[in-house]
Design a protein around this ligand. Sequence first.
Ligand code: NAP
Length: 673
Amino acid sequence: MQLQSYAQGQWVTGNGEPVTLLSAISGKPVATINSDGLDFAGIANYARSIGGPALRELTFHQRAMKLKQLALYLNERKEIFYALSRETGATRSDSWIDIEGGIATLFSFSGKGRREMPNGHVYLDGQPEVLSRKGSFIGQHVYLPLEGVAVHINAFNFPCWGMLEKIAPTLIAGVPVIVKPASQSAYLTELMFRHMIESGIFPEGSLQLICGGVGNLLDNLGCQDAVTFTGSATTGLKLRQHPNLMQNSVRFTMEADSLNASILGPDAGPGTPEFDLYVKEVVREMTTKAGQRCTCIRRAIVPRHYATDVIDAIKARLMKVVVGDPQNEGVTMGALASHDQCIEVAERIGQLSETCELVYDGVDQPGMDQLPSDGAYFAPRLLYCDRPLENTGVHDIEAFGPVSTVIPYESNEQAIKLARLGQGSLVSSIFTYDDEFARQMVIGIGAWHGRILIGNRDCGKESTGHGSALPTLIHGGPGRAGGGQEMGGVRGILHYMQAIALQGSPTTLTRITDCWIEGASRLESEVHPFRKKLTELRIGDSITTGKRKITLEDIEHFAEFSGDKFYAHMDQEAASANPFFEGRVAHGYFIVSAAAGLFVDPAPGPVLANYGLENLRFLTPVNPDDEIQVEFTCKQKIPRENEDYGEVRWDTHVYNQNRELVARYDVLTMVEK
Ligand code: NAP
């Protein structure tokens, strides 16, 4: 199979000498790869001129819906990907992380995009900032999609997930992508990519693929483009210093290797559930994907007096790991990606062994004796570093395979110091049932990490695990880990958008953002806004209601009816003694109810339901005989793509007879289209 690139709307083959890619399992050729002669500048321009405009035409929700369709499409075909995934050395459960984990990331981003972003083209960030005394000049942060292309360079270990976790936020942002998989496992990426193109779900030009080197692509990027890189620190550093990327301030995100730690608490000795969870986790991290995960536990930092117990327990568990061809029954760990990887991991273990003791050498590993010699099989290894403060190799050398080192600590301060010696990590975990220890560790090591998992008996069963990067949480860490950040829900989408601080009048900014901003014109009309369908409603449609006097009888009736007899409502003397009140006051919840009585138009109509309030604040107390009145304004409309209704948010201001603001909130409703 000669791998092809998908460039400028066509499947094309490089014209150079093809490189043969071998199966990790059998050592036999799986595919060849080459991208020489591709028009890399043309590929970037095609994305910018064809893909970008087509994507930006769609709203956030329309793009998010397409992502869901794509996830469903790929899910139906997942067995095709599983079949080929075996050649990468992955077991069924390794492939599950890569294939179904990747597809789940598409679903997750689709949901986030539709729930947390508007069904429009401008993303609002935070509340308006008032910049003038009378409020006629304000500021609002917004985000718009970059108008360039995102180049995604991936590592070999997750050929599907690596692609999908990067394209999901990019496509929702409205930015076309060029996927560049690592050559070693590009055959699986190419296969999945073919199905993505066949689906025809995303507009032409949104998705392109380069199988092989990227030629002069990086020389042809500009300030609207972005590069995300996942791979080794060495390659990452080289790319980060690329003169054109630096000259044009091309956004560059790097997810590199990382010497992730897992700390066992002093309370979590043998016999405790946390000790068992810890040992299980270390072994799982060492053997999942044969330890070829950037988030793996490389350093098991444990109290010195438990070091022997931890080593013995890990060794006992490792002895049960069966290495072999993933399609054979009982196999629990597959192969490394290639022979080169085996050589590299062995070299790194050699370097580590200069200052660490090899306490588990994998010589008698179950399954190893029956394996064909041309597969890239590698037994797990465990090391012990007795003097981890002096011998810093253990905090620096990454053996990207089933390898971990047990490191002893003597005090909490030392545990913190050791974890920090990793010089910035993607993730660390802490196993303890002592929440004070967990707090001290998090404060001590937090700034050096992108994610920290705290494991104990309460959450152990449901925990997603130390190594799992999740679409809703950020993935990326400082320093050695590359200093980048990916995913994390909407945060990940914003990476492909430009933040803009807009300044102007509230009315102008309302028009631009499609969200009514306080101080903007209100469109009072004869027709009550509750009589209008979603499509008829205009942002700014509003009513000013009649007035209602709040009496002492109302307050007492509400207290009786609801059972809320807090003294401020019921006891004149006690209420007067309260620093906020001059006497008995109405219940805030009564004001909200009475306000609804003023603004609601009761007959059946397009408004289907009230599903909540947001940002509720009570600002001025309401005393008996005060008179309230409501200004009720259509603030934002979010039509749902696949329903005949959508959400409408109403700005609600309640005033008293002196035009003091009594309460302010957003009413959330569902309205027919
Ligand atoms: P790598 O050798 O650094 O390669 C990473 C990617 O960079 C590959 O797609 C590679 O393509 C490409 N590349 C290499 N040289 C390039 C150049 N001059 N210009 C453009 N692209 C270039 O890393 P790897 O061996 O694939 O992956 C293993 C490493 O990745 C480990 O160190 C691991 O810790 C790290 N990793 C990190 C994360 C994370 O999220 N932080 C995730 C997974 C892996 P070719 O394959 O075609 O050379």
